[in-house]
Design a protein around this ligand. Structure first.
Ligand code: UDP
Ligand code: MG
Length: 319
């Protein structure tokens, strides 16, 4: 069995080497056949030189390098589509995903699980961040049709079948957490203690996280649109009732001076609702716009292997 390990890297020059040392030590201990695929996501530091050096020194290391930063989702997709293994493990390059879990993951893969998920607790995370994410997952699971679990990220093993299913989803806006859940398959979850990043910085700012959160809601369902329809209908209905009662009142009591306050509040409320839902509709139109362009998910500047086929061949000639 060949195990592919896919590692997205963005400005990880301080971590690449220790990641390699640490991970391969564990992989070698278990006598796995493996390949490491690093994806340089347009780093502005020397990540690419570190990767080149690794892949020149070690046969089992290959890399793909993007022409600019395309984001982690694209980096993962590139690595996954190049992976030639019977099973693939997705890992961060900052050692926050403990490689010690790999043997366990493979164990459950051998037991027939198609997705083996590593779930972290939030030990060591800032309180604000962990409570916000708790709230986020609570809300998300009310809204979204696929189930998302707090602490479950991209660290997981996928069988070839699960991987092919994942790769067959070729939407432009990728929200992996949702996609993993969407493809289904028998899954097993392993718990582990959160690891705090040692070198380099997290690429997530609060703003980025917020946008990621919105992506999650929008790309996974059309419930926000549905809500807008229901709310719009209710507001219209209430409006009709109001008009009717006013008409009856006018019929019996005659016209009184319309209140400035009521007028303004009506304008504000209706205006606000309209703007909100216009925004939601706009979001979806934006998605359609991006999807309809059918742009590639990433542009490769250079790579150490030319095709997936070649990796397969390389593996088969070695086996
Ligand atoms: N990453 C990437 N492209 C990006 C941002 C991040 O490939 O635009 C990689 C990064 O190098 C790391 C992983 O994705 O290996 C997770 O990123 P980070 O550690 O910043 O996220 P966090 O662990 O804080 O959620
Ligand atoms: Mg990290």
């Amino acid at each position: 069995m060949l195990l592919s390990v896919v590692v997205p890297c963005f400005n990880e020059e301080k971590n690449v080497h220790s990641f390699y040392e640490y991970t391969t030590k564990i992989l070698a201990m278990e006598n796995f056949n493996y390949e490491l695929i690093f994806v340089n996501d347009g780093s502005s530091d020397n990540t690419i030189d570190c990767l080149k050096e690794l892949s020149e020194t070690y046969e089992e290391v290959s890399y793909i390098s993007f022409s600019r930063n395309f984001g982690k989702e694209s980096a993962m997709l590139a690595g996954l589509s190049y992976a030639g293994g019977d099973a693939v493990i997705l890992m961060d390059g900052d050692l926050q995903h403990p490689p010690e879990l790999i043997p366990q993951m493979v164990h459950y893969y051998n037991l027939g699980y198609h997705q083996v998920i590593a779930k972290r607790n939030r030990k060591g995370d800032a309180l604000v961040k962990s409570s916000l994410s708790k709230l986020y997952y609570k809300l998300m699971n009310k809204f979204v049709d696929v189930s998302l679990v707090n602490g479950v990220g991209d660290f997981r093993l996928l069988s070839r079948k699960a991987l092919n299913a994942l790769l067959s989803l070729n939407e432009y806006n990728r929200f992996s957490k949702g996609l993993f859940s969407w493809i289904g398959f028998k899954e097993y979850t392993i718990n582990y203690d959160n690891v705090v990043r040692e070198e380099g910085e997290s690429k997530w700012t609060l703003g980025k996280l917020f946008n990621y959160g919105i992506d999650g809601v929008i790309s996974f369902n059309n419930k926000p649109l549905r809500i807008s329809i229901y709310m719009g209908l209710s507001v219209t209905l209430l409006g009709f009732i109001y008009i009717l009662t006013m008409l009856i009142k006018i019929w019996f009591a005659g016209i009184d001076v319309p209140g400035y306050f009521t007028l303004i509040s009506a304008v504000l409320i209706i205006g606000g609702l309209q703007l909100t839902f216009l925004g939601i509709v706009g979001e979806y139109i934006g998605r359609i716009y991006y999807e309809s362009k059918k742009r590639p998910h990433y542009v490769i500047e250079e790579e150490s292997l030319t095709s997936k086929h070649e990796i397969h061949q390389k593996w088969h000639t070695h086996a």
